[in-house]
Design a protein around this ligand. Structure first.
Ligand SMILES: Cc1cc2nc3c(=O)[nH]c(=O)nc-3n(C[C@H](O)[C@H](O)[C@H](O)COP(=O)(O)OP(=O)(O)OC[C@H]3O[C@@H](n4cnc5c(N)ncnc54)[C@H](O)[C@@H]3O)c2cc1C
Length: 312
């Protein structure tokens, strides 16, 4: 397939040297109270700034945390994906939103809390925050978005861009599947939006893999990539369709299970061979002769024009 035409987007209207100050208007928790994880939905008012109307679903903004790191240098910029649709949160162009997970780690009994995520999660409505961006020019819906079908794979906050993209799509003209993975049922993000949408729109499917709770029919754990194996018929048809695009966002490493499953299922058209050896490898994979290893995958093929990925 030829390259998918992507829209022209605005980039770096604000940068680290000249960030823009905006205000937080909402900060609410989106994981359930009993969850061991904390993820929050933040809305920023960008009225009167160049960000208004210029940040689209799939792009990110940079956040500058006040203060200094342990070397006395200003904290480095951290990127956060937009969770709002391209027309703005709730259709209001002056509002943009993101989904932030508080990062926290204990190493040798010492507690480390992530700088930017905890700063953001602590902000109150009315608080100022310095942003840069927008950034990102490839992880976007195509220009002619409703001419394609979509399979969105997300783990955790990787769902943010898909929340915006799904709102950008006209589901009376196209179809989309959101395959979401997380550890506990209490961590399913935006289920209050996606569950009713899946109920009301036959063209939208919402699949969940809760790795520490769900078991598949053979007793094994459910992960985001096993959703491809256990998918309902409508989703299987979608994966096989020539106009389907696959987007992957979330935890680094999640992409490999999805790639392997696609190859095992014979969907090699999502990949491009790197060279003649890649062509031969894809053929042997298709005939069942080659064992699919991550090393061979990296050596011989790369994601093709129908695959989009943003992992962090
Ligand atoms: C394109 C892109 C989009 C992104 N979108 C999102 C998004 O939508 N939502 C989201 O939540 N994140 C997103 N991220 C990730 C985000 O940018 C940050 O990396 C993340 O929030 C962690 O940043 P932090 O400043 O909180 O943690 P950091 O301060 O950078 O720390 C990172 C981790 O290390 C631990 N740590 C800190 N200091 C130490 C130490 N001395 N020793 C050992 N461990 C330590 C922290 O607890 C934390 O778990 C995105 C990243 C990219 C690249």
């Amino acid at each position: 397939m030829a390259d998918v035409a992507l829209p022209e987007v605005k980039l770096n209207l604000y940068n680290v040297k000249s960030p823009i100050q905006v205000k937080v208007v909402e900060n609410r928790i989106v994981t359930k109270e009993s969850s061991p994880n904390i993820v929050r939905h933040l809305v920023f008012d960008v009225s009167g700034t160049q960000l208004e109307g210029n940040v689209i679903a799939g792009q990110s903004v940079g956040v500058l945390t006040p203060g200094e790191d342990q070397n006395g240098k200003p904290h480095k910029l951290r990127l956060y994906s937009m969770a709002s649709p391209s027309r703005g949160e709730g259709g209001q162009s002056h509002l943009i939103s993101t989904t932030v997970k508080r990062t926290i780690e204990e190493i040798d009994g010492k507690l480390y809390t992530g700088v930017a995520s905890n700063y953001l999660c602590d902000l109150q409505p009315g608080d100022p925050v310095l942003l840069t961006g927008p950034s990102g020019r490839r992880f976007l819906l195509p220009e002619d978005a409703n001419a394609y079908q979509y399979l969105f794979f997300a783990t955790g906050t990787g769902v943010a861009p898909f929340r915006g993209m799904i709102q950008d799509l006209d589901l009376s003209k196209t179809s989309a599947t959101l395959a979401f993975g997380c550890a506990y049922r209490t961590d399913v993000l935006y289920a209050d939006e996606f569950d009713p949408l899946a109920r009301d729109q036959a063209s939208f499917h919402f699949l969940k893999a809760i790795s520490r709770e769900d078991r598949r029919t053979d007793g094994s754990k459910a992960y985001v990539h096993t959703l491809l194996e256990d998918a309902p018929e409508a989703v299987r048809t979608q994966v096989a369709a020539k106009n389907t695009l696959i987007y992957i966002c979330g935890l680094k490493g999640m992409e490999w299970g999805i790639y392997k499953t696609l190859l095992q299922q014979g969907h090699s058209s999502y990949f491009d061979p790197k060279n003649d050896e890649g062509v031969a490898w894809l053929k042997s994979v298709a005939s069942g002769a080659a064992k699919i290893t991550e090393e061979d995958f990296k050596t011989y093929v790369k994601p093709g024009p129908r695959l989009f990925e943003e992992v962090y």
